[in-house]
Write a protein that binds this ligand. Structure first.
Ligand SMILES: *[C@@H]1O[C@H](CO)[C@@H](O)[C@H](O)[C@H]1NC(C)=O
Ligand SMILES: *[C@@H]1O[C@H](CO)[C@@H](O)[C@H](O)[C@H]1NC(C)=O
Ligand SMILES: *[C@@H]1O[C@H](CO)[C@@H](O)[C@H](O)[C@H]1NC(C)=O
Ligand SMILES: *[C@@H]1O[C@H](CO)[C@@H](O)[C@H](O)[C@H]1NC(C)=O
Ligand SMILES: *[C@@H]1O[C@H](CO)[C@@H](O)[C@H](O)[C@H]1NC(C)=O
Ligand SMILES: *[C@@H]1O[C@H](CO)[C@@H](O)[C@H](O)[C@H]1NC(C)=O
Ligand SMILES: *[C@@H]1O[C@H](CO)[C@@H](O)[C@H](O)[C@H]1NC(C)=O
Ligand SMILES: *[C@@H]1O[C@H](CO)[C@@H](O)[C@H](O)[C@H]1NC(C)=O
Ligand SMILES: *[C@@H]1O[C@H](CO)[C@@H](O)[C@H](O)[C@H]1NC(C)=O
Length: 892
């Protein structure tokens, strides 16, 4: 939902722009009707073309035999000769089918636009290469597939060629391109060009090339060894989203004296920002965002005085922000976020009076920012300073010179007083002042504030307010007041007459002092997608009326004093993917839970559930977290768990990210679910990395019977805890086929038999507890199983072998029976080994964990996987896109 919301915004923009474009185009046409009628030959050619095309929208209905073809929609003629010169068959026409070879008859055609149709993954017709009069050919986004025909190289008059956004085009080489001697605009984005290693030499030979777009072309080298590359008249170069994996080459210094825009984001560039960049002295737009650039930002970058847009965000740059940035007086958009920059923000930076966007968040910047600093920044609209060590120290009567649209100031010091200057911000739509040390009461004006606010995040402060004071205008979509001291009966908030028209989609009021029953006013909150009321003092039953929340993706009522049944009305909330009702006083797990097939996380721990675990739980094929621990559940473990395919099968989706433009401007995350899960014996908070968890925890219940053998089919499971039950029988023989298990706790049951040798195959295991069962025989020997402490095995009197002190044969027995005096040595020794084992395991996971986390976190910010869309609620920026004419992409 969140994903599609953002997507819709993007599509809306594309649509809006195209509609504006085509409307103005039709207007123009109406005024320039000529008296010369169209050539018969061209008319026949067009009628043949029409027959081959599929036209579900009947946009070609004006193309009829009895009308002058120069009057047909999308057709333009020369007003003297009547020959067809232009064909505008682009979006929003939505054509498909076959492009007839009759097109060649249009000998005077110089403009052909077929973009944004759907030609169903057919190849680009090679006869287009015989249409020698073409000057403009646009085949972008038209779903063409296959090899780009070499014949296109015959179009020596072509000035504009776009084949972009066709996802499956490729080339075997680009030598044929040298024939495009007139080319000015060349767009091959999304085509796979990796087979042509000399692409750079070929493209730099075009004498008139002015714009070159090679976004996402699978290019893997910028050929740093080349001494000299000179694109004579290049103005725009986009090489973003490739994987270069090397430094920015020196030849950039000769690239083109006319270069205005250079886009190199998300291209795995390494090393520092080299001096070669400083030579591009006309540069207005530079994006090096989301690479692996290191070292300091070079001071001479401040020489590029034409820069209006500079994006160095999401790299590993360190050191200070250069004070030379003060020379960049035209700068409108400056993004330095997510680096390791330190020191204070240089005073010169605050003099950039054209600045509209300043992103410095997620750095180690220090120092105090006061009202004096902002004096010149009257055009500032977007300010991102979150997660720095800055202190915003302004007077309570400060009247800022700017009107912000976006203010992200999380985890910096703002409080303790509530920032009253906000009251002056009339167009603010995003406010994040979480974790900023604000305490005391939120002033009355705050809730009545008549701005266009969409996102309010005041979480993790110490705001003490009566919950009935909260007022929500219908523009608010996200209200996050978690971890504060809001108090009062929750019904006084939920049932207020004045907020019945709310459009809230995210409400997180967890960890406050809210009291009373859940009320019957849920029908006024039907827009809710994420609801978290956990860790308050709520009482009573879950009301039937909560079934009205049909849009909910997550419902979290954990850690309250709610009792009774889970009402069947919740079945209607069929989008639910996360249910957390742990730490309450509930009764039985309803059978209809099996119908909630979108569930990914079901957390019902410590909530006094009785009765059986229903077999229906196995119908939850998307489930990744099943936490029923610490209840009074009895009976056996359902023997159908293997049907939970999300735990059994590899994740097919894991790489299917929507990729958004990697610029700091584009999109921001406004809410991320976090769930407390007990993994490896400790409670941990999972946020974006929740998508990696596969967990079953049924510990501390009264479960009996044996562990179903088929549990070992859950080959993607990472955490398994069945401890503290009455389970009997053997440990499933094939348990080792759950190779991803990191933690296995089967302790304090009545399991018997030997430890299956397959367990020695579980190479990721870092916690193992089999203690206090009736296991017997020798502990299988493997570096894995012996790396655990004896504690993992104790309480099984018939178990023997390393690491237990008890040997298995009488020989070993006597070997191991150490004299009292050397006990200390022995234990030192074993703890050394334990240390090694655990050290290896945690060390390994620390690295991979960090990588995983980093990757998902980055993706969460700029891309979001299908599967995590439920955890992450994203809102795309509204105004900026238009402002920046960003090239919007949504590719697979
Ligand atoms: C014919 O086209 C030319 C150039 O496109 C234009 O200047 C001229 O006004 C047009 N004549 C008529 C009669 O529309
Ligand atoms: C072709 O049409 C698309 C969609 O309307 C438009 O964005 C593009 O600029 C057009 N191409 C040319 C060369 O005019
Ligand atoms: C057009 O291009 C193809 C392939 O590059 C070539 O074989 C052919 O000779 C060219 N035709 C003409 C008329 O130039
Ligand atoms: C690149 O080529 C153009 C035209 O050939 C020339 O004017 C310019 O000086 C060259 N640039 C460099 C850095 O040599
Ligand atoms: C900034 O970080 C660098 C190391 O990355 C360190 O050498 C320098 O002292 C730091 N400067 C400040 C002002 O903290
Ligand atoms: C609020 O948003 C609407 C629509 O986006 C806009 O027309 C209006 O000017 C905005 N109001 C303010 C105070 O910015
Ligand atoms: C806020 O608005 C409500 C209803 O519109 C009104 O009753 C209340 O007095 C206002 N409070 C403040 C502090 O302006
Ligand atoms: C460990 O895994 C390998 C290959 O996956 C398999 O051949 C072997 O039998 C397994 N070992 C045990 C003891 O199950
Ligand atoms: C790319 O093409 C697809 C399919 O035609 C379309 O849905 C998408 O909007 C296009 N993206 C851009 C950025 O034009």
């Amino acid at each position: 939902m969140a994903a599609s919301f953002a997507t819709h915004h993007v599509l809306f923009l594309v649509w809006f722009l195209s509609v504006t474009f085509s409307l103005s185009f039709f207007f123009f046409k109406a005024e320039s009707i000529s008296s010369v009628s169209c050539s018969k030959k061209d008319k026949q050619a067009l009628l043949t073309l029409k027959r081959g095309l599929t036209d579900h929208g009947r946009v070609l209905s004006s193309w009829s035999d009895h009308k002058d073809c120069c009057m047909w929609d999308g057709v333009f003629c020369d007003n003297k000769t009547g020959r067809v010169t232009e064909l505008h068959l682009n979006y929003p026409m939505r054509l498909g089918g076959e492009i007839s070879g009759s097109l060649i008859q249009l000998e005077h055609l110089n403009y052909l636009n077929l973009s944004y149709n759907d030609f169903n993954c057919t190849p680009i017709p090679s006869f287009l290469g015989s249409m020698y009069s073409l000057t403009h050919l646009d085949l972008s986004g038209a779903n063409f597939c296959g090899i780009i025909p070499h014949q296109l190289g015959n179009l020596s008059s072509l000035r504009y060629l776009s084949l972009g956004n066709n996802s499956e085009l490729y080339v075997d080489n680009l030598r044929w391109m040298s024939g495009l001697s007139a080319i000015q605009y060349l767009e091959l984005s999304d085509a796979d060009l990796h087979k042509e290693v000399d692409w750079l030499q070929i493209m730099s030979k075009f004498p008139s090339l002015s714009e070159l777009y090679l976004f996402n072309c699978q290019l893997d080298s910028l050929n740093p060894s080349l001494g000299f590359v000179n694109f004579t008249s290049l103005r725009v170069l986009d090489l973003s989203k490739n994987h270069f994996n090397h430094e920015i080459p020196n030849w950039f210094s000769n690239l083109s004296t006319s270069l205005l825009e250079l886009k190199l984001y998300n291209s795995s560039l390494k090393g520092n920002i080299p001096p070669s960049i400083f030579n591009l002295e006309k540069l207005e737009y530079l994006s090096l965002c989301f690479n692996k650039l290191t070292e300091q930002i070079p001071e001479p970058l401040g020489q590029l005085k034409h820069l209006t847009y500079l994006d160095l965000g999401i790299n590993s740059l360190n050191g200070p922000i250069p004070s030379s940035f003060g020379n960049l007086s035209r700068m409108r958009i400056l993004c330095l976020n997510q680096n390791q920059l330190n020191g204070t923000i240089p005073n010169s930076l605050w003099l950039l009076s054209e600045l509209e966007t300043l992103y410095v968040g997620k750095n180690s910047l220090t120092g105090t920012v006061d009202e004096g600093h902002f004096q010149k920044l009257s055009k500032l609209k977007h300010l991102y300073m979150s997660k720095t060590r800055l202190f915003l120290n302004v007077n309570s009567n400060w009247d800022p010179p700017f009107q912000l649209d976006y203010a992200s100031m999380s985890s910096i010091k703002i409080g303790p007083k509530f920032p009253s200057w906000l009251q002056s911000q009339r167009s603010l739509s995003f406010l994040d002042m979480s974790m900023s040390g604000i305490s005391g009461k939120a002033p009355g004006w705050f809730w009545n504030w008549t701005s266009n606010i969409t996102v309010i995040n005041l979480s993790n402060n110490n705001i003490e307010s009566d919950v009935s004071d909260i007022f929500l205008s219908s523009t608010v979509r996200v209200l996050n007041i978690a971890n504060n001291s809001f108090y009062g009966p929750i019904s006084t908030f939920l049932c207020q007459k004045k907020i019945r028209k709310n459009k809230l989609e995210v409400l997180d009021a967890s960890n406050n002092l809210l009291s009373g029953e859940l009320s019957h006013c849920w029908k006024y909150w039907q827009s809710l997608i994420h609801l978290n009321l956990g860790s308050n003092n709520l009482v009573g039953r879950i009301p039937y009326s909560m079934g009205a929340l049909v849009n909910l993706h997550s419902l979290r009522l954990q850690n309250n004093s709610i009792y009774g049944d889970i009402p069947s009305s919740l079945k209607k909330c069929s989008n639910l993917s996360l249910i957390d009702m742990g730490d309450n006083h509930l009764s039985i797990i309803p059978l209809w839970i099996g119908e909630m097939t979108n569930l990914i996380v079901l957390r019902l721990r410590s909530s006094e559930f009785k009765g059986y675990i229903p077999q229906q739980i196995c119908q939850l094929s998307s489930l990744r977290v099943l936490d029923l621990a610490n209840n009074s559940l009895s009976g056996s473990i359902p023997n159908c768990l293997k049907n939970i395919s999300a735990m059994a099968l590899p994740d097919s989706n894991v790489n299917s990210f929507y990729s958004m433009p990697y610029t700091c401007l584009y999109i921001y995350v406004s809410y991320v679910e976090n769930v407390q899960l007990v993994t490896k014996g400790e409670e941990m908070e999972y946020k974006e990395n929740l998508q990696l968890v596969r967990l079953i925890d049924l510990s501390s219940n009264n479960l009996s019977g044996s562990i179903p053998a088929e549990i070992s089919d859950l080959s993607k499971l990472r955490f398994l805890n069945l401890s503290r039950n009455h389970l009997m029988g053997k440990i499933p023989k094939k348990i080792g086929s759950m190779k991803e298990l990191e933690s296995v706790d089967l302790s304090r049951n009545h399991l018997s038999g030997e430890i299956p040798p397959s367990m020695s195959n579980m190479t990721f295991l870092s916690l193992l507890d089999l203690s206090y069962n009736n296991l017997s025989g020798r502990i299988p020997s493997s570096t894995q199983l012996q790396s655990f402490d004896a504690q993992s095995y104790i309480g099984n009197p018939q178990l023997c072998g390393d690491p237990l002190p008890k040997g298995c044969t009488s020989e070993e027995q006597s070997l191991n029976r150490s004299p009292i005096g050397s006990v200390e040595d022995d234990s030192k020794n074993s703890s050394f080994y334990i240390g090694m084992g655990v050290g290896f395991a945690t060390g390994f996971w620390a690295i991979c964990g960090a990588l995983f986390f980093n990757r998902t976190w980055r993706h969460a910010y700029f891309r979001f996987a299908d599967e995590i869309k439920d955890w992450i609620y994203v809102i795309a920026m509204r105004k900026m896109n238009l402002l920046e004419k960003l090239r919007v992409r949504l590719s697979k």
